[in-house]
Design a binder for this molecule. Structure first.
Ligand code: SF4
Length: 473
């Protein structure tokens, strides 16, 4: 694509994975504490158009196999550019750097993880200057409102750390803008398909109260992006008819998601992890995961080291969650969504959350309802499910009431079962064609209902076999 760049550049390379054996070196990622990417809109005189600056050692000066701190700063100027656009200009770093054959970019903001392949380094991709040049050209081609652009790569550890803290403040200010605006107050939501290169059926639905999974695009960012680049990967979603305000189902969302996922996803319930949950790509900041032993949710974020309370590390759960699917009980979310009043509202919201890493708890605790704030365990409080159960009982967490209700239901259901067996065969549920049946008080409709039992233990006390032909019992 570009004669002066030693490797190919093109959309075909988006989604390319570089595994450790193929890696020359990596930037950011789980082994590196400080990393970030940031876009800023500047005055024209503050930007030297086309400039690529490197602060710290360049690629060729870094030892092979190392994990290096990295900051990427994109500064732009243009008469139509506003601060509102910074979020989406920043998110395009992910897309444009992934076009480079042999360079992989994952995640966003304070959590970036980039890898350069041995093959690309061997071909001559040994300087950030090449990566910066590609970014500048792609930005200008795709977003003509950018009149001037300069890109800085920072690998000096002290400077990365200093700027990381600055960047966190800027992200927080952006996120705070969308708080207070309700989904009911707007006529349209926004969609994003930037992650389809990794998860082909994934469509993010970005609403004021459901931030994008990656935590990098707010409703305001979506609005700004769809205005400047209406045919781009971020687009308008007219809400249409509200089919269920509690679950968050809208006819317009269903229609657009169906189109953009090429028919793979037909319905979306925005505020739940069950039924028709929002899809998860791979860039989510955190996962809300169901814990059957306590009938509650745990949350684990990308940077969490070691296994979560269910014994699984983030990477294992990410495989079960991502890929653009709707997976019951494994739900990709952003940190900002946890601050939303609509956060998993169908499932009980924060009153159903039982475990979070301390690092996440500290970031969101002011948004947790006061009556449950000190009843949620962190990784510092408990290490096993048994300890978690004791913790929840001792604190009087709302899920404990659910356990009692379920126990009571079981006790009530027992005589009914006994009666049903005693009165057999007449009282044994008949399943013929589409007839409705009831098992232990759970209404079911045969045909058309899918029941998935996960982590369930099934105990059968008695099996009644009934002959249905002539001849009776
Ligand atoms: S996670 Fe969603 S909003 Fe973020 S880049 Fe991917 S598709 Fe877009």
């Amino acid at each position: 694509m570009f004669q002066d760049i030693p490797v190919d550049v093109g959309i075909a390379y988006e989604g390319e994975r570089i595994r450790r054996p193929q890696m020359y070196l990596e930037f950011g990622g789980p082994k590196v504490k400080y990393k970030f990417e940031l876009a800023r809109v500047r005055k024209p005189e503050e930007v030297e158009d086309g400039k690529v600056k490197i602060v710290g050692p360049d690629i060729k000066d870094l030892p092979e196999g190392s994990s290096v701190p990295l900051g990427i700063l994109v500064e732009v100027a243009g008469s139509q550019l506003e601060e509102d656009l910074e979020g989406i200009i920043e998110r395009r770093i992910h897309e444009f750097t992934n076009y480079i054959n042999g360079f992989m970019h994952l995640n966003q903001r304070y959590d970036i993880w980039c890898r350069l392949s041995k093959e690309a380094f061997r071909k001559g991709l040994n300087s950030f200057t090449y990566i910066g040049k590609v970014m500048i050209r792609l930005y200008k081609a795709d977003l003509p409102i950018i009149e001037k652009i300069q890109v800085t790569f920072i690998t000096d550890p002290k400077e990365v750390e200093r700027m990381y803290h600055e960047a966190l403040k800027i992200y927080e200010a952006r996120d705070a803008r969308a708080r207070g605006l309700r989904d009911e107050d707007v006529e349209e939501f926004y969609g994003c398909t930037l992650c389809q290169s990794f998860a082909p059926t994934h469509v993010c639905v970005i609403t004021p109260q459901r931030y994008a999974n990656c935590g990098a695009i707010s409703w305001f960012d979506g609005r700004a992006a769809s205005k400047v680049d209406p045919k781009g990967p971020i687009f308008r979603i007219p809400k249409g008819e509200c089919l269920d305000p509690f679950k968050g189902e809208y006819s317009g969302v269903n229609k657009v998601v169906q189109e953009k996922s090429l028919g793979a996803i037909k319905r979306v319930w925005l505020y739940t992890a069950f039924g028709y949950p929002h899809t998860s790509c791979g860039c989510f900041e955190a996962i809300a995961f169901y814990i059957p032993e306590v009938d509650g949710f745990g949350i684990v974020h990308r940077d969490f080291k070691g296994p979560a309370i269910n014994g699984l590390p983030f990477s294992t759960m990410a495989d079960a969650t991502g890929g653009g699917r709707q997976v019951d009980g494994f739900h990709g979310i952003s940190i900002e969504y946890m601050r939303s009043p609509k956060f998993l509202q169908v499932d009980g919201g924060w009153r159903r959350v039982v475990w979070v890493p301390k690092a996440v708890y500290e970031r969101v605790k002011d948004f947790i309802p006061e009556d449950v704030r000190d009843k949620i365990a962190t990784d510092e409080d408990v290490k096993t499910i048994e300890e978690l159960i004791e913790f929840l009982k001792a604190k009087g967490h709302p899920v404990v009431e659910r356990w009692k209700e379920k126990e009571a239901e079981k006790v009530e259901a027992k005589p009914v079962e006994a009666e049903a067996v005693a009165a057999a065969p007449e009282a044994v549920p008949q399943i013929t064609g589409m007839t409705g049946v009831s098992i232990s008080g759970i209404p079911m409709a045969a045909g058309g209902l899918r029941i998935i039992l996960k982590g369930a233990k099934i105990r059968i006390d008695k099996v009644v076999i009934k002959r249905t032909g002539s001849g009776g019992k």
